[in-house]
Write a protein that binds this ligand. Structure first.
Ligand SMILES: *[C@@H]1O[C@H](CO)[C@@H](O)[C@H](O)[C@H]1NC(C)=O
Length: 221
């Protein structure tokens, strides 16, 4: 009820070209009652009518890509109508979007104002259209995880092998101190140790760099 009242007030104000907002300070965003492409913005008491860029929509739930609008596939429009006329060109169907460069590619195309830009996945991952992001290659169709990761998981792990300690997901070091390989059902996944940790090939775990002499300088470059 309150929301509806605020909206009709805003609409009346917007139509009448008044510059007034329910709150005098801060930033408030109000969805347009019928269009998912539009919204109203009150910034320190000044009201503006905003329209999302092509490919983006508004639901006010955060995760915004540009001017409080988010990718259309991530927005819940409810009853509000969405205009999704593609106005981009080439690989950029919409001016703002994320596009696949093909099945099992280790990069994707990010479109900003209709300009395509190659964005690499984190090493070891490939672009997954279903999630609009990068994913483990073994979860993707048409993908060869051995090729992407550059590692072949052994078919059999001897119980004396240090990797056996982590069965059913044996681990292996790589030439990169910050990453290691985990085999999941025979497929390699390249995993990062995260901030300020390196992989100790003796313990097969991520540890502080001070504890792994050969990787002590990994974060000091
Ligand atoms: C409101 O004004 C303050 C002080 O000038 C400023 O720091 C802030 O960014 C403004 N907020 C918005 C939403 O414009």
């Amino acid at each position: 009820m309150f929301r509806a009242a605020v909206l009709s007030t805003l609409l009346a104000l917007a139509t009448a070209q008044y510059n007034d907002c329910p709150e005098p300070e801060g930033l408030q965003l109000y969805p347009h009652p019928t269009s998912c492409n539009e919204f109203y913005k009150c910034a320190n008491g000044s009201l503006t009518h905003e329209v999302c860029e092509n490919g983006l929509l508004f639901d006010g739930k955060g995760g915004a890509v540009h001017n409080h609008c988010n990718y259309h596939w991530a927005v819940d429009c409810g009853e509000r109508e969405a205009d999704l006329t593609p106005l981009g060109k080439g690989i950029c169907e919409y001016s703002f979007g994320i596009y696949s460069n093909g099945p099992c590619e280790i990069d994707y195309t990010l479109c900003v104002y209709g300009e395509p830009k190659y964005e690499p996945c984190t090493p070891g991952l490939a672009y997954d259209e279903r999630i609009h992001g990068c994913n483990w290659p073994d979860l993707l169709e048409y993908c060869n995880p051995q090729e992407i990761v550059g590692f072949q998981c052994p078919a059999y792990v001897d119980s004396k092998d240090p990797a056996a300690r982590f069965l059913p997901h044996p681990r292996y070091p790589t030439s990169d101190c910050g990453r290691y390989i985990v085999c999941v059902e025979g497929n390699p996944r390249l995993v990062g140790c995260g901030d300020y940790a390196v992989f100790n090939p003796n313990t097969l775990t991520c540890e502080e760099p001070d504890l792994v002499p050969q990787c002590a300088n990994y974060f000091k470059k």
